[in-house]
Design a protein around this ligand. Structure first.
Ligand code: GTP
Ligand code: PEP
Length: 222
């Protein structure tokens, strides 16, 4: 007898991307970026969001920021921007997740770091496909100390534990660690000049590259 199997559950994702106020952003790149530090932080966030929005499984990106310059730039690449509750990173992510559920209650919600300038949409699709198998999951950063992505399936409480050694925190809280090959661009967050060098070797987005060229050329800030 022919058995009709139920279709596998399918949903798209709303990604929440946190961007802190630019005067305080990317301080570990201060010496390398000089007067271009804020421009570099915005460029990296815009390239990250543009790549995320190009992923077939991403329906929308909610950016949480209290910075008007970042808000305008990120809105310009297609993000839905909401204000920052100014109570730290995880509170900002929870604020974005509430907006995500309001916009699309049937979608999964993920937090994605804003500093992934080499992000490849197809690699993000591999991560989100693997993520859909679990209620709560995360992806460790390239050095396996922090986290670049944390997510929940539709209807599951969103309880991000970013900051410092967040890989261990997410593990302790029972989130499933995603172990995948071929997704370097999703794990390569840029905090230090060495991270930036590795991201440049992977291939960064156009805005990040343009700012890096201005830094290399010794140009004054625009
Ligand atoms: N909206 C929002 N985003 C935050 C907040 N704190 C951190 N972030 C973002 O979370 C990510 C990780 O933040 P941090 O590592 O603390 O800061 P950073 O700007 O990347 O780098 P450093 O200044 O060198 O520490 C970055 O994308 C930040 O923009 C916050 O309070 N609100
Ligand atoms: C906040 C985090 O990252 P970073 O400080 O490395 O950007 C984290 O990995 O939880």
């Amino acid at each position: 007898m022919l058995k009709v199997m139920p279709a596998p559950e399918s949903f798209t994702w709303t990604l929440v991307v946190p961007v802190k106020t630019l005067v305080a952003a990317k301080t570990r790149l201060s010496a390398a970026a000089g007067p271009h530090r804020a421009a570099l932080a915005v460029a990296i966030a815009c390239d990250t969001v543009e790549a995320a929005l190009s992923c077939v499984l991403v329906a929308r990106v909610v950016v949480v920021t209290g910075d008007p310059v970042a808000a305008e730039a990120l809105g310009g690449v297609g993000a839905h921007v909401v204000g920052d509750p100014e109570a730290g990173l995880n509170a900002a992510l929870r604020r974005g997740a509430r907006e995500a559920v309001r916009l699309a209650p049937a979608d999964a919600v993920g937090a994605l770091q804003a500093d992934l300038p080499a992000l490849r949409p197809a690699e993000l699709a591999l991560v989100l496909t693997a993520a859909a198998e679990f209620d709560q999951m995360f992806l460790p950063d390239a050095v396996e100390v922090g986290t670049t992505f944390y997510g929940v399936r539709p209807g599951v409480p969103f309880t991000p534990g970013f900051g410092g050694e967040s890989r261990d925190r997410h593990l302790r809280r029972g989130a499933k660690e995603l172990c995948l090959d071929g997704i370097d661009s999703v794990r390569r967050d840029v905090d230090t000049p060495d991270d930036l060098r590795v991201a440049l070797a992977l291939g960064v987005g156009p805005r990040t590259l343009a700012v890096v060229e201005r830094i290399r050329g010794g140009e004054p800030d625009k």
